[in-house]
Write a protein that binds this ligand. Structure first.
Ligand SMILES: *Cc1c(COP(=O)(O)O)cnc(C)c1O
Length: 398
């Protein structure tokens, strides 16, 4: 029983209304992956053959020429850039991150320089390459890209994420077209995107996904793209890729997750998510100081979330204090709070277990009732909350 392992390790049973978060164990791994992982763990395998099998599955799902599984999407970024520097020179692969090749500049839009738990530009720099930002945070155009390309340009990296600046960025097709006019390969970080075919179709040379996000696989990264480049990325396992090793269980589990994706009943999942959103909407709508609306995913994944705006004066509590109260107790509920200083947060239904939406609704109602009856405004200064979180991580494991 999966609940037993939590008790044994003295861990709380988290309800994830946040999304696929590394800090919460990413996602619930699907049964097909669990079976593949359990099946392969007790065997020796020839890893190159297992990866050859992964390549077939990846090609089938993405339309790319080939691919393989690595430790994470973040590892995929580092290894892709490394491969473009080294080519198939085994000596150069061992020398990295020193003595990088004649070309080592990786162009990125300023508005794409995000943090997904670590800085994306660091994943590039880890290979020995240099990031060349173009444009400004909220304004990048084709001319910025064209003008930045020179004899040192190695690659252009495009990030697809709700974390990027949501306007003023170069559309992907234009980005790819301009890079290709100058013979610059295009790498796409699509870690969290449901669309497995669109970026390859629209001009990506390499596209990278997380295996442990929407796919519901084990912790892993999926590299897909042009065979000549993927080969050289695979070779990085003999160099800096060693520290980003994926085991047989990760590869087999990711293959199973990709195959399960093909037959997943997406309509039924969407309907279940809608029932949770409707319940939360009905529970919260009309409460003093609370306004709710269902919002589409900012990067157009087929997924809606509930946005909850809190007028703290009327609700007697700030949005972040409400979020923090939900996360307390024996069964913490983790909400999606990246933008909570603006007075709103989201509930994401995509990682709920059966019937957890009821618990979420009841806990929200309970905390809002307590606040409503309180004569004081429950308002931790936001700065203090941020500093407390930093202090807590600096004190780990205490
Ligand atoms: C999650 C995420 C990553 C990192 O993915 P991992 O597989 O966890 O390394 C990279 N880029 C974006 C946009 C992400 O959302």
């Amino acid at each position: 029983m999966s609940a037993d392992i939590l008790a044994k390790l003295n861990l709380r049973h988290v309800i994830n209304a946040s999304g696929t978060m590394t800090g919460l164990g990413a996602s619930i791994v699907g049964q097909q992956s669990i079976q593949s992982i359990a099946g392969i763990l007790g065997n020796f395998v020839e890893i190159d053959d297992l990866q050859r099998r992964a390549s077939k599955t990846i090609a089938d799902l993405t339309g790319a020429e080939c691919g393989f599984i690595t430790a994470s999407c973040s590892a995929g970024i580092t290894l892709s850039i490394a491969a473009l520097m080294t080519g198939n020179d085994l000596g150069a692969i061992e020398r990295l991150p020193n003595h990088v090749g004649p070309k080592s500049d990786v162009i990125m839009q300023m508005g794409h320089m995000i943090n997904y738990g670590a800085p994306v530009d660091q994943a590039v720099r880890l290979s020995g390459a240099t990031v060349v930002p173009i444009g400004q945070a909220t304004s990048a155009s084709a001319f910025h890209l064209a003008s930045a390309i020179n004899e040192n340009t190695l690659a252009a990296l495009y990030v697809v994420s709700h974390h990027t600046v949501e306007y003023g960025q170069i559309p992907f097709k234009t980005f790819a077209a301009v890079a290709h006019e100058h013979n610059v390969p295009v790498i796409v970080d699509a870690a969290s995107e449901y669309d497995l075919t669109g970026f390859i179709r629209d001009g990506a040379d390499i596209v990278l996904y997380s295996g442990h996000k929407f796919l519901g696989g084990p912790t892993s990264g999926i590299v897909a793209g042009r065979k000549d480049i993927v080969r050289n990325i695979y070779l990085q396992n003999r160099g800096i890729g060693r520290g980003m090793k994926v085991g047989k269980e990760g590869i087999a589990g990711a293959i199973a997750a990709l195959e399960a994706w093909k037959t997943r009943d997406h309509a039924a999942i969407r309907a279940r998510e809608k029932r949770a959103l409707d319940l939360w909407h009905a529970t919260l709508n009309g409460r003093p100081g609370v306004s709710v609306r269902i919002m589409p995913d900012p990067t157009h994944n087929p997924l809606d979330r509930l946005r909850i705006d809190i007028d703290s004066m009327a609700a007697h509590i700030t949005a972040w204090d409400l979020v923090d109260r939900l996360a307390k107790g024996a069964q913490p509920i983790v909400a999606r709070d990246h933008e909570v200083e603006h007075g709103y947060f989201f509930l994401d239904p995509c990682n709920l277990q059966p019937d957890q939406e009821q618990i979420v609704a009841a806990r929200l109602a309970e905390e809002l009732d307590i606040a409503q009856k309180s004569n004081d405004l429950i308002a931790t200064p936001f700065e203090e909350r941020t500093l407390n979180k930093e202090r807590a991580i600096l004190n780990w494991p205490d």
